[in-house]
Design a binder for this molecule. Sequence first.
Ligand SMILES: Nc1ncnc2c1ncn2[C@@H]1O[C@H](COP(=O)(O)OP(=O)(O)OP(=O)(O)O)[C@@H](O)[C@H]1O
Length: 481
Amino acid sequence: MTDGDAALGDAWGSILATLSKDERVTAQLYGFLSLVEPKGIMAGTFYLEVPNEFTRGMIEQRCRMPLLSAIGGLDPALQVSTFAIVVNPDIEQEVLQTGTDPAPVEAAAPQSPYAEAPSAVAPPAQASVEVTVAPRATDTRLNPKYSFDNFVIGQSNRFAHAAAVAVAEAPAKAYNPLFIYGDSGLGKTHLLHSIGHYAMSLYPGIRVRYVSSEEFTNDFINSIQNNRGASFQARYRNIDILLIDDIQFLQRAVETQEAFFHTFNTLHDHNKQVVITSDLPPKHLTGFEDRMRSRFEWGLITDVQAPDLETRIAILRKKAQSEKVMVPDDILEFMATKVSSNIRELEGTLIRVTAFASLNRTPVDMSLVQTVLKDLITLDDDNIIAPVDIITATADYFKLSVDDLYGSSRSQAIATARQIAMYLCRELTNLSLPKIGQLFGNRDHTTVMYANKKISELMKERRSIYNQVTELTSRIKQTRR
Ligand SMILES: Nc1ncnc2c1ncn2[C@@H]1O[C@H](COP(=O)(O)OP(=O)(O)OP(=O)(O)O)[C@@H](O)[C@H]1O
């Protein structure tokens, strides 16, 4: 078994990217593939772990050929030609610990991948916010980490949260479209995914699709290049809820906007729900045709604002609970005071603090937090970090070239450096996952997601990785003085 976690993540990321474009792989099947943990490559076999028998059966019976052809497309240097699936119920645990409510395996075996969508969506008899989210995402594009259960409500997001719940409970009946705007890292993506999970738990079989506008653009361009317009249309029109993230990235993309315009009209005309997020309200979105902007205003427009101190403390507390770390209240408050605007940054701080405590086997106390915070960069408007600074500093630090990080080498040293650079881009800049993927040689956003998760975990387990991330951060900080 190779221990090149990073190379493995890259290989699996590229398999997922191929499968996401394979017409034989429906969104539901892709949902099962998203539960896979790549484990290693040995004697030509790619070993994959899944949480239960049900998932193994689905992948083996329905995805075998597409998976084999995607494996065939991997770098020949990996010398892999087939795959084997092993059931490991611990993965189940891992998924549940990320915040989704525990659900028995039977329930987790999603009904929705098979269920036909209801012809008309009727509101549930007793819909209430307390209903738990769907057992797990049955559409891979929904991140199980983001549910209403672990969304902290405060003054800054109360209205947006209520609107999101209403839309999930009565799709296309409450507000259509729902348009949520606000600065980066304030929970818009979290709300979008929560709508998807909650709606799927209320209406088994409902067809939900989450897409970032960058993915929508790529999908559209690919469909033109490969003469697959019909399947593009089917993918975006035969659904009940479309959740589209960061619509501002369609600014000035005339043809993609046109495609989105028709998608929107078709969905709206057929009483299907559309939820849109953006960094700005519709009337300030330049580079969009008026007819598009006016449609954004048809339903409800709501914003999310920077959280106040209490909400920041509550978010940290919830996060610490889900990570199962004990952090005293005065320390949570101290951290929340130091990092004031971006919630992603707040989470990054907690990851580093808990990693440091876990490596040193010490409880989280004030002096530990002060040590860790000293090396952190606080982002504010005057303090923008360019991804190129991160990439150059990382290449320099690991004595690699920038091209190594952009390129496709799967040597473990390069792959780990690349993952660290991706992690820092996610933590220290406002770039979205697809944008970071593009920066690193057009990689899929799932590769960036994997890198982010991997480095957060490795920081807790390996002192060397923690030190590398910390030293690099302080170098980046110094270059900006
Ligand atoms: N109210 C909240 N409760 C719990 N976690 C939150 C809340 N708001 C944001 N977060 C967390 O903060 C992080 C950033 O949020 P998210 O990605 O949803 O922001 P965003 O507004 O979509 O940013 P961007 O515009 O950059 O995509 C996520 O990990 C999310 O779970």
